[in-house]
Design a binder for this molecule. Structure first.
Ligand SMILES: NC(=O)C1=CN([C@@H]2O[C@H](COP(=O)(O)OP(=O)(O)OC[C@H]3O[C@@H](n4cnc5c(N)ncnc54)[C@H](OP(=O)(O)O)[C@@H]3O)[C@@H](O)[C@H]2O)C=CC1
Ligand SMILES: O=C([O-])CC(=O)C(=O)O
Length: 271
């Protein structure tokens, strides 16, 4: 059975651990890690059938077959090269780390040299299948518009930098419009989806991102609009936020679990 290590025991990490523990994903939960010992202990208390070890990412890189990052872009930068150089596969949720082209190239080289795979789930969006197919023929434009309630945007570095006080916002307000490369740095915990879209489509420099703070909604709403030789595509998704981390949509955790099932299931269905 494939041995899994999980870095990050917040919303997505805990959902992944529970999916393995319940048998929904047939794998061994071998190791878990988080900055916070309390979050690790909280996951351990929930588990009924698994007894993962509390280990460091360095130890996971030796003892696990697949390490799942569901922590932060910093965690990807810090641990992904080392894990791949140990010949271990990875799943990465904090896809915004790939906005740095040198880092992307480093990861590509490490995975290729060590014969391992890096899986990026579609996360909190839909439409990556169509976008990837459309990109083969050439794309004219890709635009992502993200609307989040105030609670889902708190703490973003861009707000501090621009001295934007979210409590002053009483109507839907465009906070950011620019390229995906800047969006994933300005809102590192909010628009990792834009990194995934960039990688499937026309890249971080050409993908246009709009981020709207909307005090009138309770869902995380993402819209994708693509023009290209294939035609025109529109996708809109209204995501329920996680009850424990309102920045993150429930679908992001489900997508990670679905990707894990695709990796571990002997029968592959669909894309
Ligand atoms: N690809 C996609 O579509 C999506 C990606 N995401 C991204 O996935 C990641 C996980 O999301 P979620 O579970 O909701 O996040 P949470 O904040 O709920 O959990 C992340 C946990 O990882 C910890 N952590 C962060 N950095 C490190 C590190 N370097 N080493 C060890 N632990 C670390 C955090 O600690 P602390 O709180 O102390 O920082 C926290 O306990 C985030 O980066 C998020 O932005 C989320 C939604 C969609
Ligand atoms: O979960 C979401 O709605 C999107 C998100 O936070 C991200 O892409 O980082």
């Amino acid at each position: 059975m494939i041995k899994i290590g999980v870095i990050g025991c917040g919303f997505i990490g805990s959902q992944i651990c529970m999916a393995i523990d319940s048998g929904l994903v047939v794998a061994e939960l071998a190791g878990i890690f988080d900055f916070s010992g309390e979050k690790v202990d909280s996951v351990l208390r929930e588990l009924k059938n698994s007894s993962p070890k509390k280990v460091t990412p360095e130890e996971m890189a030796k003892s696990c077959d697949l390490v799942i990052e569901c922590a932060s872009q910093e965690a990807v930068l810090k641990y992904a090269p080392m894990i791949l150089e140990n010949g271990k596969n990875m799943m990465i949720l904090s896809a915004g780390a790939f906005q740095n082209p040198d880092f992307y190239a480093k990861i590509q080289k490490a995975a290729s040299n060590h014969n391992c795979k890096v899986y990026l789930p579609s996360g909190a969006i839909a439409g990556t299948d169509g976008l990837k197919s459309a990109a083969i023929a050439g794309l004219k434009s890709v635009t992502v518009t993200t609307r989040k309630p105030i609670s889902g945007l708190i703490g973003s570095p861009y707000l501090t930098e621009k001295k934007i006080n979210l409590t002053d916002i009483t109507t839907p307000t465009l906070l950011f419009e620019g390229k995906a490369a800047d969006a994933v740095v300005a809102f590192p915990k909010n628009v990792n989806i834009c990194a995934t879209i960039s990688l499937c489509g026309i890249g971080f420099e050409k993908t246009v991102v709009k981020i709207i703070a909307d005090p009138t909604i309770s869902d995380n709403i993402h819209e994708l609009e693509v023009f290209g030789d294939f035609g025109h595509m529109k996708m809109r998704i209204e995501n329920k936020p996680s009850p424990i981390n309102p920045k993150t949509s429930y679908l992001a955790a489900l997508s990670a679990i679905s990707t894990l099932k695709r990796i571990t299931d002997p029968i592959q269905i669909g894309v």
